[in-house]
Design a binder for this molecule. Structure first.
Ligand code: TAP
Length: 501
């Protein structure tokens, strides 16, 4: 079994990979003060792609100083219409570099090319334009009040929306470019300045974006990009007294460290964390849609997706049909390098991640779940793991509760008519990010959606994402919401002003 297929990398991307990648601080590409480098590998071939600078606490200091200065400098004087135009210009430039960015995302992360293209065009630039269109619509209210001290109640109170300040944005490796854009879009629309810390495993698209930001007209120091390790650069950013807010996407474990590190100056914190999301299929569901929907819900991005529907609950009357259909789809994926046309299932991000997923597969066998398909790594190079399905899983098993972040579906049947009982099983994890319900009965579907304890639930689809739909987790899946008006609000603070005449 070989996955040693020859790939072609465009000259433009080859040139970019060869360049000397530094940190973007105060509008200049600046070498890290440590002179240390991080090697970046293609997860499908394990070949070295490039090296980037490893930023440390001193570099974070410099980036925070630049962002603080920029916050009250030229950036604060720019009209909101011009802020919107700059974000639109950045979206234009992303579109103009669509091909190179898609290729970089595949090389860096391993996702199939079609998925990279879809995510950049369908989410990335759409997100940026969505938030650009908010930049000139941020306003407060006038409030009729009679505060103590007002003579005859003659007073006026109004509120202003002000940028929250300097934002530290720490992002994961599973959709690197989209997460960079998701943090930058609302922060810049709100008038904040940013220090972006990409994941050590996937820093390349953020650096490419840095070059586009330099051309967009956004003033120097407004966006700073510090590549580096979480324990050094990420920790320094979270602790820094000059940072007003941390917006973090990543694991629940690191999210808790961010909260602890932020206590010093009581930073505002937004957390988008892990998930272990239920997919509940009722006997009246349209199986033509539910079966492929459930397969994609789990195996999209090889399961390295916080919204992955990895816990499948199917009514016993249709359990065998649904499981057989998903198994057929899982076995039909073409595994291989994302740049080879036709491959629709890529590698996991790293050797560590592959070992972690394989250890959960071993655990599933030990816990007595029935392995229906997959269960092995794949090929002689790269971090590939076969799409894997466990049947007859029960809620006491660790594979049913813990986030695996890989292509492992844990399926179980239910016989109950009692929606509250089904929901209590579906909700029986520390997470509450996402979920889906499949039924033709609108009462059952909506009631079940209400009972699922998650930040967003989809009916007859899974993981419906749009820049306007609030997105975030309950329980240990996070704090706050991104996307939509709530996502923007997280980068604003309200000032109330009262005048007594
Ligand atoms: P993490 O290990 O949590 O890493 C996320 C980011 O935090 C990386 O940039 C990482 O740097 C940095 N980091 C690590 N330790 C840190 C520390 N002590 N202080 C500050 N920053 C630190 O997550 P991951 O493995 O990249 O991504 C997988 C996890 O992210 C999964 O749990 C998944 O569910 C979650 N995720 C959630 C969402 C949403 S929207 N809820 C979306 C995608 C992923 P390094 O790269 O150097 O480690």
């Amino acid at each position: 079994m070989s996955n040693n297929q020859q790939i072609t990398i465009s000259d433009e991307v080859k040139e970019f990979l060869k360049s000397n990648h530094k940190l973007l601080i105060n509008g200049e590409w600046t070498p890290s003060s440590s002179n240390e480098k991080i090697e970046v590998f293609d997860p499908a071939t394990e070949q070295l792609l490039t090296e980037v600078d490893s930023g440390n606490a001193a570099d974070i200091d410099a980036a925070v100083a630049a962002a603080r200065k920029a916050l009250t400098g030229e950036w604060s004087k720019i009209t909101s219409h011009d802020r919107a135009r700059m974000l639109d210009r950045l979206a234009d430039d992303i579109e103009a570099n669509f091909s190179a960015l898609s290729e970089i995302e595949v090389l860096d992360n391993g996702m199939p090319l079609e998925l990279a293209q879809y995510s950049i065009a369908g989410h990335g630039t759409t997100l940026l334009r969505y938030f650009a269109s908010w930049a000139n619509k941020l306003h407060g209210q006038t409030i009729p009040v009679s505060p103590a001290g007002a003579i005859n109640g003659e007073s006026l109170t109004y509120t202003r929306k002000e940028p929250i300040g300097v934002v530290g944005a720490i992002i994961p490796w599973n959709s690197p470019l989209i997460f960079a854009i998701l943090k930058l879009g609302p922060a810049l629309a709100a008038g904040c300045t940013v220090i972006l810390k990409p994941a050590e495993l996937t820093p390349i698209s953020a650096l490419f974006l840095g070059h586009l930001i330099q051309k967009s007209g956004i003033p120097k120091g407004v966006v700073n990009i510090v590549t580096g390790y979480g324990e050094t650069a990420g920790q320094a950013l979270s602790e820094h007294p000059g940072v007003d807010k941390i917006t973090f996407t990543g694991s629940t474990e690191v999210g808790k460290k961010i909260v602890e590190a932020s206590i010093g100056n009581l930073k505002k914190v937004t957390l988008e964390l892990g998930g272990k999301n239920p997919v509940v299929i009722f006997p009246d569901a349209d199986l033509e849609k539910a079966i492929p929907g459930a397969a994609r819900a789990c195996f999209f991005l090889q399961g390295q997706n916080c919204m992955a529907g990895t816990r499948l609950f199917v009514h016993e009357d249709i359990y065998q049909v649904v499981i057989a259909g998903i198994k057929e789809m899982a076995e039909a994926f073409t595994i291989g390098h994302g740049l080879i046309s036709g491959n629709d299932f890529g590698p996991l991000i790293s050797k560590t991640q592959k070992e972690r997923v394989m250890s959960y597969i071993d655990l599933g066998r030990e816990e007595g779940a029935e392995l229906l398909t997959g269960g092995n790594s794949y090929g002689d190079q790269g971090h590939f793991v076969q799409p894997t399905i466990f049947s007859n899983v029960n809620g006491d098993m660790r594979i049913a509760k813990e986030e695996i972040f890989g292509p492992v579906l844990c399926a179980q049947s239910f016989s109950s008519q009692d929606l509250e009982q089904i929901a209590s099983e579906a909700n029986d994890t520390p997470y509450g990010l996402s979920g889906s319900v499949w039924s033709q009965d609108i009462s059952v579907a909506h009631k079940m959606a209400m009972l699922i304890d998650a930040g967003q639930v989809s009916i007859n689809c899974h993981a419906a994402v749009d820049p306007a739909i609030p997105f975030g987790g309950n329980k240990q899946s996070g704090w706050g919401r991104e996307f939509g008006a709530e996502g923007l609000e997280a980068y604003l603070k309200t000032k109330a002003t009262t005048v007594i005449f």
